[in-house]
Write a protein that binds this ligand. Structure first.
Ligand SMILES: [Zn+2]
Length: 387
């Protein structure tokens, strides 16, 4: 089949056009339509394929193989028919903004830090770009500023196919060795790159370039960015979240970090106070436990206090069991002057659960059981390990 005529190469702004259906084949979950000419850009170079309408059919994706562009349609079209076609302009603008934003940023980063762009992907929410160099937060802040200055200058994005001689004399970015005709995209003093994608005619159309994060990745860095309408959506989402936190904390926007810090300090102080109160309540309960077998179910005790409490309760006792309630059943610590391990076995056998530890201190969980029933079980074990 002949290669499809690529209308988007001639006019990147073209959205509505007419074409002839050359072929229609049923595929997985739809139909593949081939036209004699198309303004639908096929997936490639990190950019998603175009969407839109061809006649009555809804197009969800566009692909290319050996120069033939296939449009994924939700219904069949009749070969030979002349059809009115329309590219989804918002989706395309989104793609052009992300793609051109990537050119600007990658061009500036590769020039400034003498590195290569080694990966690029336009995702549903954000764009990732990988570089084989390390960038500091100051570096990314600097290039982000330079990239947005290039947007504000509203520079032309020039696309041409230079002669082999001119190309040989040219310095440009390319991910692979290229042969034959090479399409070069130039943004003066910013970027020169071999690329077949669709780009904004001028840098101003990109709107804004925002770096969201820069993380270490495969010995270099991975930048996550949003451009144009995605940058606006991101700012709106961040603002909405900011507003919700501001209302929840009754704090002014711009003073949220301090408000959260105050809240965390308050929480730590409360926790300290609650632990002290629980300790005190435990000591009061322990005053009534003076026998050889001692059992206390302590509501307010934190798991971290459990062992220490059992140790305290065990002074002068054969077996001392401290329980704190959990979602279902109890957490426990068992200490004493006798070997606690047979007692743990007996408790787990009687009430279900598991536990273990050295002879003088065991910890575990019990599936349920009444503390007084546990006292009765422990009483049978209290003499077991005594010499
Ligand atoms: Zn490009």
């Amino acid at each position: 089949m002949n290669a499809t005529i690529r209308l988007f190469d001639q006019d990147v702004r073209l959205r509505a056009f007419t074409a002839q259906v050359l072929c229609c084949e049923e595929g997985k979950g739809g139909y593949d339509i081939v036209l004699d000419r198309t303004a639908f850009f096929p997936e490639g170079g990190g950019q998603m394929g175009d969407r839109g309408r061809i006649g009555e059919a809804v197009i969800s994706d566009t692909h290319e193989k050996d120069g033939v562009i296939r449009h994924r349609a939700d219904r069949p079209l009749t070969p030979g028919a002349e059809v009115a076609c329309e590219v989804d302009s918002l989706h395309r603008l989104d793609m052009m903004q992300q793609h051109t934003g990537e050119h600007i940023l990658s061009g500036l980063i590769c020039r400034t830090f003498h590195c290569d762009n080694v990966g690029f992907h336009i995702g549903a929410d954000a764009v990732t770009i990988d570089f084989n160099t390390v960038l500091t937060p100051e570096d990314t802040a600097r290039v982000e500023r330079l990239a947005n200055e290039a947007v504000w200058r509203d520079q032309p994005v020039i696309t041409d196919i230079p002669s082999p001689e001119a190309l040989a004399a040219m310095t440009y970015r390319s991910k692979k060795e290229l042969t034959g005709e090479v399409r070069i995209v130039t943004i003066e003093d910013v970027d020169r790159c071999a690329c077949c994608g669709t780009h904004c005619p001028t840098t101003g159309m990109v709107g804004q370039i925002k770096i969201l994060s820069c993380i270490h990745y495969k010995g270099g860095v991975r930048l996550t960015i949003v451009c144009g309408m995605r940058a606006l959506a991101w700012a709106n989402a961040a603002l909405a979240e900011n507003r919700a936190v501001s209302q929840a904390l009754s704090a002014k926007q711009g003073e949220l970090a301090e408000a959260v810090e105050r809240l965390l300090n308050d929480r730590d102080a409360q926790k300290l106070r609650a632990d002290r109160l629980a300790d005190h309540a435990f000591d009061l309960a322990a005053r009534d436990e003076t026998g050889a077998v001692r059992v206390i179910a302590a509501e307010g005790l934190a798991p971290a206090q459990l062992r220490k409490a059992a140790g305290r309760l065990a002074e002068g006792a054969a077996l001392a069991l401290v329980l704190i309630p959990r979602d279902e059943g109890w957490s426990f610590a068992l200490s004493g002057s006798v070997d606690v391990r047979p007692a743990v076995k007996a408790l787990c056998a009687a009430f279900g659960g598991k536990g273990g530890g050295p002879a003088d201190m065991a910890q575990g969980v019990l599936d349920g059981g009444d503390p007084e029933a546990m006292r009765a079980v422990l009483a049978t074990c209290a003499g077991a390990g005594t010499p």
